[in-house]
Design a protein around this ligand. Structure first.
Ligand SMILES: *Cc1c(COP(=O)(O)O)cnc(C)c1O
Length: 341
């Protein structure tokens, strides 16, 4: 299964890699799990994942640093989020320590697929858990499978960072006390059609407002949002139905502690967005995706930074966080988990 990778031109896409970790839950307990070379799930047609979407996932990256170490970025936060997502869906939690050991085990087993530092590519880690036992009535499954698999993915910006356009969706992403704060396929299934409409209309992504009042900014379909004010403050929406992005939380820390910026995590009214200087989405995949334009019905907001260039503050945030992840800027204690080659 040796495959030659063109590290500098990798897409952000799934590819089968040699080893994944699989654990099973049965008779009220998780087993220890094991590495497997089987990339296919063998489950009942009436499993709770297929019938009732009983599944959640997470996503983070392993990087090769400049001095050729392999590090995993803040996976303790991903583990915590995966735990919360599991609980909210009635899925038994896989133990924390075993989860982190399993991640390291999988990365080690596929260590040759962690892309070289210079390529800007990374190894994406995808844990997923799902109900496997058949059940027609609506209740949690009795049996589950957890998989942790990895794949090398390209840098989002092999041709340089370019700003994107967003459109405010007519649809809502998550109910006020719903599942917006967990990372689950169900939050993505309902975004697919809205995403198709946005793409057809020439937008990169949808921006969602709060469903209760449709006056506040929440987030994009798969990324949080942040703004920079004219006087250089970092502003990001606070809401219980936003997915707690590890990238956003890391950027808040970077803004405060590395760039000496003032940070406001608060309600952000859509009406104030036009007063901001810079705007960007953030998430593991792209780290930051600068936004040049937001359209809502017949209203169009053009940020002063335009559609050609990245704003100076977003650029600084990007360079600093990437530097921390890749070991060229000292990381805060506990942010990088080293994988012993
Ligand atoms: C995964 C995800 C994000 C980004 O979270 P990161 O931890 O930064 O990758 C943002 N919004 C949604 C809805 C997500 O699913």
């Amino acid at each position: 299964m040796e495959k030659k990778y063109d590290w500098s031109n990798l897409p952000f896409d799934y590819s089968v890699t040699p080893w994944r970790f699989i654990a099973k839950y049965k008779d009220g307990a998780w087993d220890d799990g094991t590495l497997s070379d089987d990339p296919v799930c063998h489950i009942s047609e009436c499993s709770t994942v297929i019938q009732y979407s009983q599944t959640c996932f997470d996503g983070f990256k392993a990087y090769r640093t400049k001095d050729d170490k392999v590090v995993i970025f803040r996976m303790d936060l991903n583990e915590e989020r995966f735990e919360n997502s599991s609980k909210r869906l009635g899925i038994p939690v896989f133990p924390k320590e075993k989860f982190m050991e399993a991640v390291i085990q999988v990365v080690k087993a596929n260590i040759d697929l962690v892309p070289p530092y210079e390529s800007g590519a990374t190894l994406y880690v995808r844990p997923v858990v799902y109900g496997t036992s058949a059940c027609l009535g609506v209740h949690p499954a009795e049996e589950y499978e957890l998989r942790i698999f990895v794949m090398p993915v390209g840098s989002y910006y092999s041709d340089g960072i370019k700003p994107i356009s967003l459109c405010v969706s007519d649809y809502d992403r998550a109910a006020p006390r719903g599942t917006g704060d967990i990372k689950s396929g169900l939050n993505y299934a309902m975004s697919l059609y809205a995403g198709l409409l946005a793409h057809e209309a020439g937008f990169a992504e949808n921006l969602y407002l709060d469903p209760a009042t449709r006056t506040k900014v929440e987030e994009a379909g798969g990324a949080n949002i942040l703004f920079i004010t004219k006087d250089g403050k970092f502003v990001t929406p606070k809401s219980t139905s936003i997915l707690p992005s590890v990238t956003r939380r890391s950027l808040v820390y970077v803004a405060q502690h590395y760039l000496n910026m003032e940070v406001e995590e608060r309600t952000v009214l859509f009406d104030e967005v036009e007063s901001f200087e810079e705007c960007s989405l953030c998430g593991t995949a792209a780290v930051l995706s600068p936004v040049g334009r937001i359209v809502a019905g017949d209203k169009e907001i053009l940020f002063p930074t335009g559609m050609q260039t990245v704003g100076p503050v977003v650029k600084k945030l990007y360079d600093t966080l990437i530097g921390i992840q890749r070991g060229t800027i000292p990381a805060p204690d506990g942010w990088l988990f080293e994988v012993e080659g």
